[in-house]
Design a protein around this ligand. Structure first.
Ligand code: SF4
Ligand code: SF4
Length: 369
């Protein structure tokens, strides 16, 4: 017997959904590698949390190239466990500000050279603040397929103009990108004018709330700002519910897939999970994600979830000892120990081992009985 760990789901048509015991993406997903290649950043945003450390040094080029070798070997194993149509992966080079690394061109060139030697697909992406000189920005474009550009209002006017120019350049060469505007309550007019600028220039963007600890009042939004962000007036009860939940700004307890994927919950389609709790479920997070912290050498399955191959929360190993990582790899799923699921929501999962094997057998070519 098992407990339906996630209920109260809403279908795409808005109707309540029956209990479910499997959650799988509607369409096959690419394998996502997030490589935190440096912690140094050319900005110093007050809301950044642990996203950067400007006292640290950029990692050595030789270490970065070794990591690229590790990523390709790891992906080669994972891709060969998938059927041909699912041999798709994506490497997101991020930071800090990864494009601020003095050897970034060498790193990206090396990745692209290695891509030519494998028979599966690897896309290259970055999350960047786009505060990058025009010449370097243009050179980088030959190596990157997809950009997530975060607009940070705590930058200077000159930097903000540079970001706009760089965005327009990407548009002019038909690159795929998305702009995420950090809606700072103290720089509100600046942020709203950036949203307007994107709309005027037909640029896809989202106005993003700044996540912060609920005791930290610096980034709280006023009534007018919350209405702008949510499209509705937030009541005192909404605020209390928010404070009692995760401390995330104005969010409720559930979540949508961060990649915008539609999910199938027991056969019904949804894009929002009200109770994102799967403790005790079998989950294939290790078959869809890899997260690497270059500065510490730690390697995890997923940045948020961090469930490892042994079924514990923690790293799968360290870049200093890749052999141990390779020796532990399997594609039989892990039993979830987390109290809530954030990034990793879209990884196929099921309430029992048998359901898990059935739900994923087409995709993962399991070795377990
Ligand atoms: S640009 Fe990003 S990584 Fe850099 S300080 Fe701002 S939030 Fe942090
Ligand atoms: S928290 Fe991790 S292991 Fe648990 S369901 Fe989410 S992705 Fe899977």
């Amino acid at each position: 017997m098992f407990v339906h760990a996630a209920a109260n789901l809403v279908q795409l048509n808005g109707k309540p959904m029956p209990d479910f015991n499997t959650l799988i993406p509607k369409d096959p997903l690419v394998f996502q590698v997030a490589w935190e290649s440096t912690l140094k950043c050319n900005l110093d945003c007050s809301y950044c949390g642990d996203g950067h450390d400007n006292k640290s040094s950029h990692p050595l080029l030789s270490n970065c190239l070794d990591t690229v070798d590790f990523i390709f070997k790891y992906l080669d194993i994972k891709m060969k466990q998938r059927p041909l149509h699912m041999q798709q992966s994506n490497l997101n080079v991020q930071g800090g500000e990864s494009l601020f690394h003095p050897k970034i061109i060498d790193i990206l060139r090396y990745i692209n050279k290695k891509k030519a030697d494998v028979d599966w697909h690897l896309g290259t992406a970055t999350i960047t603040n786009a505060v990058v000189g025009a010449n370097l920005w243009k050179r980088l474009a030959q190596y990157l397929d997809y950009y997530t550009i975060s607009y940070h209002p705590e930058s200077t006017t000159k930097q903000q103009q540079l970001v706009k120019d760089n965005i327009l350049f990407l548009k002019s060469i038909n690159k795929t990108f998305h702009v995420s505007i950090m809606m700072h309550p103290k720089h509100w007019d600046n942020c709203v004018s950036m949203v307007d600028w994107c709309k005027e220039n037909n640029i896809e963007c989202n106005a993003r709330q700044i996540d912060h600890h609920w005791l930290d009042m610096r980034f709280n939004y006023n009534k007018e700002q919350t209405t702008y962000l949510t499209g509705k007036e937030i009541t005192a009860k909404d605020k209390l519910m928010y404070a009692l939940s995760k401390g995330l700004n104005l969010s409720s307890t559930g979540r949508a897939c961060c990649g915008g994927n539609t999910l199938c919950a027991g056969g019904c389609e949804t894009n929002y999970v009200q109770d994102n709790k799967f403790k005790g479920w079998h989950c294939s997070v290790a078959d869809y994600f890899l997260y690497i912290r270059q500065t510490t050498g730690e390697v995890f399955t997923n940045k948020d979830c961090r469930m490892n191959y042994d079924g514990n929360v923690g790293p799968i190993g360290n870049l200093k000892d890749p052999k141990t990582i390779f020796s532990k790899m399997h594609n039989n799923g892990v039993v979830c120990k987390k109290s809530s699921c954030w990034c990793g929501l879209c990884a196929p999962k099921a309430a029992t081992k048998e359901l898990f094997i059935n739900a994923t057998k087409e995709d993962l070519n399991h070795s377990i009985e």
